[in-house]
Each structure stands twice: as structure tokens, then as C-alpha cells.
Write a protein that binds this ligand. Structure first.
Ligand SMILES: Nc1ncnc2c1ncn2[C@@H]1O[C@H](COP(=O)(O)OP(=O)(O)O)[C@@H](O)[C@H]1O
Ligand SMILES: [Mg+2]
Length: 250
């Protein structure tokens, strides 16, 4: 964040926060940019949220449209995909993506996501070793297949206490198949009940309603088709090609 190691980290720890509280504060509080996040490929900022009464609230990750690095295969507006990923995860009841809203900030329109005070020493490759993480990582694996995550690196899987979070979801929901992820450990294993229940939920009207303000009709249709295909397969897929894993993996 451009600070010397002598300076204190701007990151504040906090107890876990309820989803509704986070969404409310992300939607209404003032955004004060603290600095750019390390390892970000776009202009991605850590921000403090200041409540109406002047008190310091939660911390957030602010991704303004203006800071997006243009890509050949995705249109501008990656921040909308960040919001869509949260809404999908919330709709499924999987709670894998930190609360994320679309809003204006000091650098213009973009996404604002709850900053998770994670143990940043951990990532997918350390987390997969723990038995109690497996059901959550299986959910994430299914989420990424359905959402068509094109860049699920190990460092985008965070742990906060017993919870697993997936961040950096801007490269999801393309209508062309682009799955690229480090999570292939479950290939060939049957989908667990909760994953089947979640994917089946997508058959209803609700998901399209929630996502259509953020994604194109083709993108929503493709999501529902991928979810159906995964249900029909009944197990986690195998890597499809040498391009199935992102580089660098963490
Ligand atoms: N919600 C979050 N909570 C905590 N840390 C986060 C969050 N989002 C991103 N980060 C951290 O910031 C880094 C950069 O964010 P990332 O989403 O990868 O930005 P970019 O879209 O610019 O690549 C991530 O690798 C992760 O370590
Ligand atoms: Mg990134």
C-alpha cells in the first residue's frame, strides 16, 4: 500500500459481521480510500467506511470502473461481475463471497466489498489440508464451475475463523466456457447434497431476476446451463485442458 514496513498496517481486525449489517453499511457509509491493495492487478483500494454519525465502521475493497485494466475478452464493468458473484452466492445460501454492492465512491462508480480480516498466510493450497474445510471448498468448486470463474487463484480463497471466502470474482460469468481454477482436487467425486440443492435452486426464476440487472441475457442463460450440466454430470468435473489452471497458481 505504498507504506514503509515501519508504518502500521491500515488493516483493522474485527469480529465477524452479519451479512445484512455489512450490506447496509456498504450501501450507505462514506468511503475513505486508504491506499491500493498489494497484489491487485487493477486499481483496487482498501477503504474505511465512515458512518453518518462520524464513527469509523467496517473496511471495504473498492474497485472503481475507472481503475479497471482493459481486457480483450471481457467488456469494461468487471465490478458488476463482483456484485453478481456476491448475489449468486447469497441466493444459493452458500455465503462464499463477501457482501458486495455497486455504488459511487471518491474515484467514481464501482464495487464495494466487505474487507475480510483474513489470515493472509493461508490460501487454497494450505486450506485444503483441513478436513472441516472440504465441504466449503466443494461448494466453492461448484460455484466456480457454475459461475465460469476464469481466474480462481489460490490466493483468492481466504479464511476468516472457520469461514472460507472467495474474492476477486471480476472474471466470472462469461458466456463462453473459460473455467480456470486451482480447485481440481474433487474431480470425479459425487456432488454433495448441499451442492445439489443449491444448483437445483437455480432452476427457479429467482436467480435470473437477481442477476439480470448486472449480466447480459446470454450470460444468465449460460450460467443456468452450466449449473444444469453440472447437476446432470452428478460429480465434480476433471480438468479439461492445460489451460485449466491459472498462472501463477497463488
Ligand atoms: N474482500 C476482501 N477482503 C480481504 N482481502 C481482499 C478482499 N478482496 C481482495 N483482497 C486482497 O487484495 C488482493 C487484491 O485484490 P483483487 O481482488 O485480486 O484485485 P484485482 O481485481 O485488482 O486483481 C487479493 O489478492 C486479496 O489478497
Ligand atoms: Mg487479482
Amino acid at each position: 500500500m505504498g507504506r514503509s514496513s515501519k508504518e502500521e498496517s491500515p488493516v483493522r481486525t474485527r469480529p465477524p459481521v452479519a451479512e445484512a449489517v455489512a450490506v447496509e453499511e456498504l450501501s450507505t457509509a462514506d468511503v475513505e480510500v486508504l491506499g491500493r491493495l498489494p497484489w491487485s492487478s487493477n486499481a483496487t483500494f482498501l477503504a474505511d467506511l465512515r458512518r453518518a454519525d462520524g464513527s469509523l465502521g467496517l473496511q471495504a475493497v473498492y474497485k472503481p470502473l475507472r481503475g479497471e485494466r482493459p481486457l480483450l475478452d471481457f467488456p469494461p464493468g468487471l465490478y458488476r461481475r463482483e456484485v453478481a458473484a456476491y448475489l449468486l452466492s447469497s441466493h444459493l445460501g452458500w455465503d462464499l463471497v463477501p457482501p458486495t454492492v455497486e455504488r459511487d465512491g471518491p474515484l467514481g462508480h464501482g464495487s464495494l466489498q466487505l474487507f475480510v480480516p483474513a489470515d493472509f498466510e493461508q490460501h487454497y493450497f494450505t486450506l485444503r489440508g483441513r478436513e472441516d474445510h472440504i465441504p466449503l471448498l466443494m461448494r466453492l468448486c461448484a460455484f466456480d464451475v457454475a459461475a465460469n470463474a476464469a481466474d480462481r487463484k489460490g490466493g483468492h480463497v481466504l479464511v476468516e475463523g472457520g469461514r472460507i471466502w472467495a474474492v476477486d470474482n471480476g472474471l466470472c460469468f462469461h458466456s463462453d466456457f473459460k473455467l480456470r481454477t486451482v480447485i481440481w482436487d474433487f474431480a470425479g467425486q459425487p456432488l454433495p447434497e448441499d451442492v445439489i440443492a443449491g444448483l437445483s435452486l437455480l432452476r427457479g426464476e429467482g436467480a435470473a431476476e437477481v442477476l439480470s440487472p448486472l449480466l447480459t441475457e446470454d450470460e444468465v442463460d449460460a450460467l443456468l446451463e452450466r449449473a444444469d450440466a453440472l447437476l446432470a454430470l452428478g460429480c465434480f468435473p476433471h480438468p479439461h485442458s492445460t489451460r485449466a489452471v491459472p498462472w501463477p497458481p497463488v
